[in-house]
Design a protein around this ligand. Structure first.
Ligand SMILES: Cc1cc2nc3c(=O)[nH]c(=O)nc-3n(C[C@H](O)[C@H](O)[C@H](O)COP(=O)(O)OP(=O)(O)OC[C@H]3O[C@@H](n4cnc5c(N)ncnc54)[C@H](O)[C@@H]3O)c2cc1C
Length: 416
């Protein structure tokens, strides 16, 4: 068998699974992607679409303490449903231990490099395909209501400068001259010039179509029940209904559900499902010209053609808890204080989905030690749309034993 003839199974048709498929197909692999759902409801379709290079991890110094305070504020971006849950308690404790400066500095170095690689991956994929996803490489604005927030955002932006990502401070008037959409309450913004926005649904579905045109098989309505492990080797998967599929390599890219499949064969990838919501609105007189984050609320906003998407909230309630209507409503209510008319605009879509969050804030990418045949791509939390293509490339490089474009113990499955 020549190296290019590998048979690969990928569990999950989100951005991680599809990006891995792209780079594997590029190497001549025979790839089958399996997903239990059509490509439209996963986090990879419902996210805010900010391709935010140099986005910091959740594990920032002070965040765990701030999070405790937020728990008692109904409008805060974080909600933790109080419950007796050993996994959650362990996750929170590990998370707290990683919210320190040393870990932060180490993670930023890796995430910035991964972000840069991902930007190249997006440019490559878009130049080689016909995907129409409203890709706009014109940065995003961290939009502030208070001078103190603006000063703080500027300090944070200086950290990114060290890693080669430029930003500039713009006043409220400069912002409004460029974008009359912003209200007079906005005092200014930090503009991150290297980043981009896209319609995540259009990119993900478009990538799936392009892969199929290149011979990749995508099976939806196809639930993987278990990974097949014989002795130490992972040889494929068993589907619901009993069908078994074997492969030279299996990629576990099932988002936050990867943990459950991994546990059954003795691999731990502890994650919490961090639910977020989006609301799409239409009918605004003026739109922000580029993506933005409404600084004091952590709401991410992206313009896609005539639609404005507002996305936010990080809710640790486990799976399938009822939607929190007040948090969903808060997206447009708070949005209207920054952007004219958002609170009165017509809502065309509401959605909730899960970010796969590891307790150390870092993705898990690459080969699994002592389990030949198994590769993982998950745990990208709030950065998966941004970093997914680069992680997919690293997974393909690992499967083909190539020198990786980026290697770090902070990404390795071996850390668990
Ligand atoms: C509100 C919100 C806003 C966000 N905004 C941004 C943003 O602006 N920028 C950014 O970079 N990131 C953002 N993110 C994060 C990003 O969406 C995720 O990190 C990313 O989509 C995760 O991709 P994934 O492929 O790992 O998982 P998913 O997209 O969840 O895909 C996993 C797939 O696996 C399938 N699956 C699971 N179990 C099985 C099984 N047993 N058998 C078969 N299939 C299975 C699922 O059906 C799913 O399709 C946001 C997330 C949310 C919730």
């Amino acid at each position: 068998m020549s190296v290019s003839e590998k048979d690969i199974l990928i569990i999950g048709a989100g951005i991680l699974g599809l990006s891995s498929a792209w780079y594997l197909a590029e190497r001549g692999a025979r790839v089958t992607v399996l997903d239990r759902e059509p490509i439209k409801d996963a986090a990879s379709c419902g996210n805010a679409g900010l391709i935010s290079l140099g986005h910091p991890p959740l594990t920032r110094p002070g965040v765990s303490v701030q999070g405790l305070k937020w728990m008692f504020d109904k409008r805060s971006p974080l909600y933790i449903k109080p419950r007796l849950d050993g996994d959650l308690a362990r996750w929170l404790w590990t998370f707290h231990r990683h919210c320190n400066q040393t870990h932060y500095e180490g993670t930023m170095e890796v995430l910035c490099e991964l972000g840069r690689l991902s930007a190249d991956c997006f440019e490559q994929i878009l130049s080689e395909t016909e995907i129409d996803c409203d890709w706009q490489r014109q940065g995003w604005d961290d939009v502030c209501m208070h001078e103190s927030s603006l000063d703080h955002a500027e300090e944070e932006a200086k950290i990114l400068k060290r890693f080669g990502f430029d930003s500039e401070r713009v006043t409220g008037d400069e912002l409004r001259a460029d974008a009359p959409a912003y209200t007079d309450d906005v005092v200014g913004a930090i503009r991150f010039e290297d980043s981009a926005t896209l319609s995540p649904q259009a990119f993900t579905a478009g990538l799936a179509r392009e892969l199929q045109a290149r011979g990749v098989t995508i099976r939806t309505d196809c639930t993987v029940e278990a990974l097949l492990k014989r002795h130490d080797r992972v040889e494929g998967v068993r589907l619901e209904g009993g069908e078994e599929l074997t492969a030279d390599a299996t990629v576990l890219a099932a988002g936050v559900w990867s943990d459950k499949l991994a546990r059954a064969i003795g691999l731990r990838i502890p994650m919490q499902p961090a639910r977020g919501y989006h609301r799409d609105v239409v009918g605004l007189e003026t739109m922000p010209p580029r993506g933005c984050v409404l600084n004091e609320t952590f709401i991410a906003v992206s313009p896609f053609h005539d639609t404005l998407r507002l996305a936010g909230t990080l809710e640790l309630s486990g799976f399938d808890a009822p939607w929190l209507g007040d948090r969903l409503a808060h997206l447009t209510k708070a949005g209207g204080t920054y952007i004219h008319g958002v609170d009165r605009a017509t809502v065309t879509q509401e959605w909730a989905g899960y970010r796969p969050c590891t307790a150390d804030g870092m993705p898990v990418v690459g080969a699994v030690p002592r389990m030949p045949g198994l590769f993982v791509g998950t745990g990208h939390a709030m950065m998966g749309m941004t970093l997914g293509p680069a992680s997919g490339k690293l997974i393909a490089e690992a499967i083909y034993d190539e020198t990786p474009a980026l290697e770090s113990p902070l990404l390795a499955a071996a850390r668990y």
